[in-house]
Design a protein around this ligand. Structure first.
Ligand code: 1GP
Length: 245
């Protein structure tokens, strides 16, 4: 099954663990992977706004050595490419107006992506204001959509889908103070027909369930699990058992 088929299977909500390849040790990665197998994590996203080490390939290979869970690159920039991944979220930062993030970096990355034969997932990436300046907003030199401007989010997502993007990823940014509101998630979900990924600042299983119930098909957790994996099962169960409102 292609990664996109798995991403777009909406018969069940999907739970994603985001790993910043710079941060965990080998032992920590293996621990996350082993626990993820037990609780049914659907995908790993690997990437970061700014990587300080040459850890991407190593991290992906280590994950894949220990499990069959698909690993997708969630790239912070055009350097974050690897032939070892199962899929690549080719992000077009449609909430911003920085042409480098809409097409420029893609031109640089395209020949390498073709060479590596990665499965490409064309992704409409939308940053939403989460109450604090985030690395991704600073690094991308873009302004997020205001947190309460649901109509802007809806029209942006719709335009992304009309342009042919295959998934929409709404992100408040890693470590956001405020996750994206249920109202905005629900309105965007009802506007588009492609899968909706939601992440950024989701710290509790309850909030993860709320996002899924509001309409997120795929919920991404990063920070909350970096401090420890004790709640991994609770997060997974909360997302998998969520029934959309
Ligand atoms: C960030 O959506 C991801 O791009 C996850 O955010 O690290 O805050 O969970 P957190």
């Amino acid at each position: 099954m292609s990664v996109y088929s798995a991403l777009s299977d909406t018969s069940r909500k999907k739970f994603v663990v985001l790993i910043d390849p710079d941060k965990p040790s080998n032992e920590q990665i293996i621990e996350i992977v082993e626990k993820s197998k037990d609780v049914g994590v659907d995908f790993f996203f690997v990437g970061g706004s700014l990587l300080l080490t040459d850890s991407l390939d190593h991290c992906i290979k280590l994950i894949k050595k220990h499990c069959d869970i698909p690993v997708l690159i969630f790239p912070g920039d055009s350097l974050q490419i690897s032939k070892w991944c199962d899929g690549f979220l080719l992000l077009s930062l449609i909430s911003g107006r920085n042409s480098e993030m809409l097409i420029g970096r893609h031109v640089v990355a395209a020949p390498y992506l073709k060479l590596y034969g990665n499965e490409i997932i064309p992704t409409g990436y939308m940053l939403v204001d989460g109450g604090n300046p985030t690395s991704v907003s600073y690094m991308s030199n873009t302004t997020p959509i205001p947190h309460d401007k649901d109509a802007i989010a809806m029209c942006t997502a719709l335009a992304g889908e009309m342009l042919g993007l295959k998934v929409i990823y709404m992100d408040a940014g890693s470590g956001a103070v405020n996750p994206i509101s249920s109202e905005m998630i629900s309105k965007v979900k009802n506007t588009i027909s492609v899968p909706l990924i939601v992440g950024g600042g989701i710290r509790t299983p309850e909030k993860a369930a709320e996002c899924a119930k509001a309409g997120a098909d795929i919920v991404v957790i990063g920070n909350a699990l970096e401090k420890g994996t004790e709640r991994l099962k609770e997060f997974a169960d909360a997302v998998h058992n969520a029934v959309e409102n």
